[in-house]
Design a protein around this ligand. Structure first.
Ligand SMILES: N[C@@H](CCC(=O)N[C@@H](CS)C(=O)NCC(=O)O)C(=O)O
Length: 308
């Protein structure tokens, strides 16, 4: 089978990557999987992203998409069937990530690492301290387990309440980004904690819903090496087309040199020249000695843009 041009740089334990793998499942896509290490360095990926160091990253030829928000947007654009933006709830479906990926996920991650505090390798802690720019304090996380359990339960109860009228999916009859975003947290605890059935015990609707999502699968996956993926980028030409945003509040436009950086953690600035921008995305052209010319895209919400 020839390799799919849809390349996901990810690691199997990554909950954010699971969102994208599930979208491949829902859209029945074939994709190429590049397994990256859980910690830096990632020498064949950095030439593509320009230093962005979070997981996952989507690559199609010489076009690189950073952050699940941006990856979802591009997959929705290229493969609109089935649509994952529920009718009447499109804005909320996108906005749901700000709940699921930030406050919900921060609780989930603290619960997981607090519970497994004695088994976290020192190299992993050192890597994540660099990523966060703050101490990755597994002892404090362990102390906070009771509070994190309360938080997790409260978030979970919202999902259960949303499903209480016996609907199958959060926004109605079909799965959407709302489901994928929220489910990531359940998938992550199930992959790392032993007492998940107990945690889900009182939430019949959420438990059944999580089972439905688990059954979706990941589409058709084929492994590819990071060197092959890099080679594909060097041979391709970026396809992102120029796009102006007349409403840009700072007057930014194609041709401007900028730096783009996440506003929460992994704050590595990626520099390039704007190719396209809108209220929800920014694409910048970069030249790299190994990757050659690439266009790297980021979301706007949750990312800051500075004049370079
Ligand atoms: N907002 C990002 C968050 C991604 C994220 O934090 N991913 C975790 C792994 S699941 C990560 O980057 N960890 C550090 C790393 O892989 O270097 C997204 O939606 O893609």
């Amino acid at each position: 089978m020839p390799a799919s041009p849809i390349i996901l740089h990810h690691f199997d334990e990554s909950p954010f990557s699971e969102k994208i793998r599930l979208i491949f499942g829902l859209k029945k896509l074939a994709w190429s999987s590049v397994r990256i290490s859980r910690i830096m360095p990632r020498p064949d990926l950095m030439p593509l992203t320009g230093g962005y160091r979070r997981t996952p990253v989507l690559q199609i030829g010489a076009d690189i998409y950073c952050d699940t928000q941006c990856i979802m947007r591009e997959l929705e654009r290229r493969f609109p069937e089935p649509m994952l933006l529920p009718k009447g709830y499109q804005g909320l479906a996108w906005g749901s990530a700000m709940w699921t990926d930030r406050s919900f996920f921060q609780n989930t991650v603290n619960l997981v690492f607090g519970t497994n505090a004695d088994r976290v390798p020192a190299e992993f802690i050192a890597d994540r301290e660099k990523l966060r720019g703050a101490k990755f304090d597994v002892a404090a996380m362990k102390d906070a387990i009771p509070q994190m359990r309360d938080q997790f339960r409260a978030h979970l109860q919202w999902i259960d309440a949303q499903l209480a009228d016996e609907r199958e999916w959060i926004a109605g009859d079909t799965p959407s980004l709302c489901d994928i975003n929220a489910y990531m947290n359940l998938w992550y605890v199930r992959s790392n904690l032993e007492n998940v059935d107990e945690m889900l015990g009182e939430f019949d609707h959420a438990r059944a819903w999580a089972g439905r999502l688990r059954a979706v699968g990941h589409g058709t996956r084929q492994e590819m090496t990071s060197a092959e993926a890099l080679e594909i980028a060097t041979r391709a030409t970026p396809e992102t087309v120029e796009q102006h945003d007349p409403g840009d509040p700072n007057g930014r436009k194609p041709g401007d040199r900028v730096e783009v950086v996440p506003d929460d953690y992994g704050k590595v600035r990626v520099a390039g020249e704007i190719v396209a921008l809108s209220p929800q995305h920014i694409a910048i052209r970069r030249h790299d000695p190994r990757a050659r010319e690439v266009v790297v895209q980021f979301p706007r919400a949750g990312f800051h843009v500075f004049a370079a």
